[in-house]
Design a protein around this ligand. Structure first.
Ligand SMILES: [Zn+2]
Length: 342
């Protein structure tokens, strides 16, 4: 049993651990989505709770590390919205899909004041192991106002040897009062070589392609590398690559697909077409570089930019489209109008 530490977290983690006697009471770990910030915070917590003589990164072998790995260290708590806890536990409701959906609706997407209040004993009684007491809270932007206010009381008068770790990739959405009481820790995405090597070690065949699609963030790239996701993406962008595609038929073929994915592919495709026209480069759909370059020569650039901003506006409203097929038809027809016929 060893500690799960991503290679690009090693140096920043050791940096923080070297100051373990001078740590603040609260730290806000922030940075881009998909770089493993929660994993970083867990590795930090485990390292501080580890009871081996070593004072660096957790040993992964002592009793404290064992409890931590099994999720039952008595001096550690992890708080997240109910809806995320449900995903983690992967609980399949016996009543079937509809029943499950019903239950999902009732689960909170926020960290609630009740969840903070339930921590009262944990935060005030003495610790079990005579070391740190650590609370990890994520995503921090899901703290609702009441919960944040309740947490603020703790942040103002923290018990000794207590560390509160907040994690967010939307630091702008946090209350200023919370931010001002935390030391900020910016976690960066790894360089390309590190990220590619790590993805290859996870068994990802085309690591560069997945990383490009994820904008350089390796954990997001891992999700993008999923075979089913990739085959759907390829099928969809082939419609975009074919100048004379039947867009009504395509809208029908893809109406049951995740609209969010389709929008992402469409937006990144349009971005690639613009980039290819201006610089000859392709960022996201590297496996389609030839087709993109062909399309790029035929587009009306101002019309493409207008289309791009139309896509951005549509994106804000796609969570509950009245008619996904109609929306997709409109988007694809507008797309075809941007390409000048030869
Ligand atoms: Zn240990």
């Amino acid at each position: 049993m060893s500690i799960e530490l991503l290679p690009w977290h090693d140096a920043p983690l050791r940096g923080l651990l070297s100051q373990r006697e001078k740590l603040p009471h609260a730290m806000l770990v922030y940075g881009r989505h998909g770089i493993g910030k929660v994993k970083f915070a867990r590795a930090m917590a485990q390292s501080l709770l580890c009871e081996s003589i070593n004072t660096g990164v957790a040993c992964g072998a002592c009793a404290a590390c064992g409890w931590f790995s099994h999720g039952n260290h008595p001096d550690f708590r992890e708080l997240k919205p109910e809806v995320l806890s449900a995903e983690d536990a992967d609980t399949e409701a016996p009543g079937g899909a509809e029943d499950k959906e019903d239950k999902e609706k009732k689960k909170s997407k926020q960290i609630t004041v009740d969840q903070i209040r339930e921590l009262a004993n944990f935060m005030t009684l003495s610790t079990h192991r005579d070391g740190f007491r650590i609370l990890l809270l994520h995503p921090a932007e899901t703290l609702n106002v009441n919960a944040a206010n309740s947490l603020l009381k703790t942040l103002e008068e923290p018990p000794p040897r207590t560390l509160i770790l907040l994690v967010t990739d939307q630091i702008g959405r946090l209350l200023a009062t919370i931010k001002s009481r935390c030391q900020r820790v910016l976690l960066s995405a790894p360089d390309t070589a590190t990220a590619v090597a790590w993805l290859q070690a996870q068994g990802i065949a085309d690591a560069e392609l997945a990383l490009g699609q994820a904008g350089g963030t390796p954990l997001a790239a891992l999700a993008f590398a999923d075979a089913q996701y990739q085959s759907q993406r390829k099928a969809f962008v082939q419609v975009l690559a074919a100048v004379d595609a039947d867009h009504l038929a395509a809208a029908q073929a893809f109406e049951k697909s995740e609209l969010v994915n389709l929008m992402t592919w469409l937006q990144t495709w349009v971005g690639d077409v613009a980039l290819s026209r201006l610089t000859g480069e392709v960022l996201f759909h590297r496996d389609q570089a030839a087709a993109i370059s062909r399309i790029a020569k035929r587009i009306d650039l101002p019309a493409l930019f207008r289309y791009e901003s139309q896509l951005r506006q549509t994106r804000r409203t796609i969570h509950h489209p009245l008619n996904p097929r109609l929306l997709l038809e409109q988007l694809l027809i507008s797309y075809s109008q941007v390409i000048t016929p030869l």
